[in-house]
Design a protein around this ligand. Structure first.
Ligand SMILES: [Zn+2]
Length: 396
């Protein structure tokens, strides 16, 4: 057993402990205390650092990492998506080296678990060789999909071919309501019942228009790509109502983005035990707008945080994403933002019994963040943006 003592210990499951200790035995947390339980034992005093659990990035697309800096920011999300599609069409498969670098970058900036969207499983082998845990969301698209069951059977076979790894958990998910037909959405929801299910939802104003009356820039893009479905009837409702009709509003749902959610929609998600995943830096880059972070928290819904892909964000540093959350919602307590970037993400991804907080029995994925001498509020400091150079993983 080794015991680490630090200026601050942040269990997340409870308030910060000044001068606290974390004891570790065989890679598991044995105790979190205000003072070492075994004085005179193997205690390492780390001095002016904060110990906290590894962070959870609840929404990434690691396989798009090669697009870093290549899809310019836009004021229209459909226009931004069209640029991304045009860039990706000439590149298959997604090259592995940028995936490996992105995983290393995420790890170096304090991330232990990701909810990662993939269209190809190009990320699987790099994740096997990494220290990250992951839910791999195998994403399907198909607005004019003639045979949803056949698509699902093909992907289910693909998943069955993967070498099973305890900390890498594949599940099947849809992309978004404007890119997946109602029949395919329903089939995915049935197939993924009981597993975390992520969907891009409530992201752009154009999505609301599309669902309301079937017009606008998303429809134009589908027509231009030759995947419009003339038989489709718009549901004439908001995005959360639409998901509810398809049986997708439940505890397993990760509603990614939610930039345009109303208070009533947030209340509905909160009542169902669903999670909203905020990715504010990506929302600005793609032209989706600024998410209503303060209303997310006021609604009582579980809020997790994601960076999104390197096609729409500068880096995979979740501390930088927390700083943007803080900037957009200065009234939200720092403790809640830290919980979003740790325990809430672990709960949403089904990893809360192992990760997300410092509690006995959980995996000892421990971060030590260097603190300047003048820090008076450690939680505020940690959500103000931390440089990876000030972060290290503790040996367990
Ligand atoms: Zn995304």
């Amino acid at each position: 057993m080794i015991t680490y003592r630090a200026a601050w210990v942040l269990p997340i499951a409870g308030p910060p402990i000044p001068g606290g200790t974390v004891s570790v035995e065989r890679d598991l947390i044995a105790a979190v205390d205000a003072a070492p339980r075994t004085p005179g034992g193997d205690v390492e005093d780390l001095g002016p650092v904060a110990i906290l659990p590894g962070l959870v990035n609840a929404h990434t697309h690691l396989e798009l990492s090669w697009m870093r800096g290549q899809v310019a920011p836009s004021t229209s999300m459909p226009a931004w998506a069209a640029s991304l599609i045009a860039l990706r069409v000439g590149v298959s498969p997604d090259p592995p080296e940028p995936i490996v670098s992105a995983i290393a970058e995420a790890r170096a900036s304090g991330t232990c678990l990701v909810g990662d969207i993939t269209n190809t499983f190009a990320t699987y082998d790099p994740l096997v060789d990494s220290e990250l845990s992951a839910v791999l969301f195998r994403e399907l698209l198909g607005f004019a999909a003639p045979d949803p069951e056949a698509m699902i059977a093909a992907v289910t076979a693909q998943i069955a071919d993967l070498t099973p790894i305890a900390w890498l958990r594949p599940s099947l998910v849809p992309h978004a309501p404007y890119s997946v037909s109602p029949a395919l959405l329903g089939a995915i929801a049935r197939c993924s019942a009981g597993k975390p299910l992520s969907i891009h939802i409530g992201e752009s104003a154009q999505e609301l228009e599309f669902l309301r009356d079937g017009t606008g820039e998303w429809r134009t893009l589908l027509e231009r790509l030759g995947v419009w479905n003339a038989a489709w009837t718009p549901p004439a409702c908001g995005p959360v109502e639409y998901l509810d009709r398809l049986g997708m509003v439940n505890r397993e749902l990760l509603a990614v983005h939610g930039v345009h959610f109303t208070d009533a929609e947030l209340a509905r998600l909160a009542a169902a035990g669903a999670t909203v995943v905020a990715c504010p830096r990506s929302n600005r880059w793609t032209g989706a707008g600024a998410p209503p972070i303060d209303r997310f928290y006021a609604s009582g819904v579980r809020v997790a945080i994601g960076t999104d892909s390197l096609a729409s964000v500068e880096d995979l540093n979740l501390f930088a994403e927390m700083a943007e959350v803080r900037r957009l919602a200065p009234e939200v307590p720092a403790a809640r933002i830290l919980e979003s970037a740790t325990l809430a993400g672990a709960e949403a991804l089904g990893f809360a019994s192992e990760l997300g907080s410092l509690e006995p029995g959980k995996r000892a994925q421990l971060l030590a963040v260097r603190l300047p001498a003048d820090v008076t509020d450690v939680e505020q400091y940690l959500v103000s943006g931390i440089d990876p150079g000030d972060i290290r993983w503790l040996d367990t």
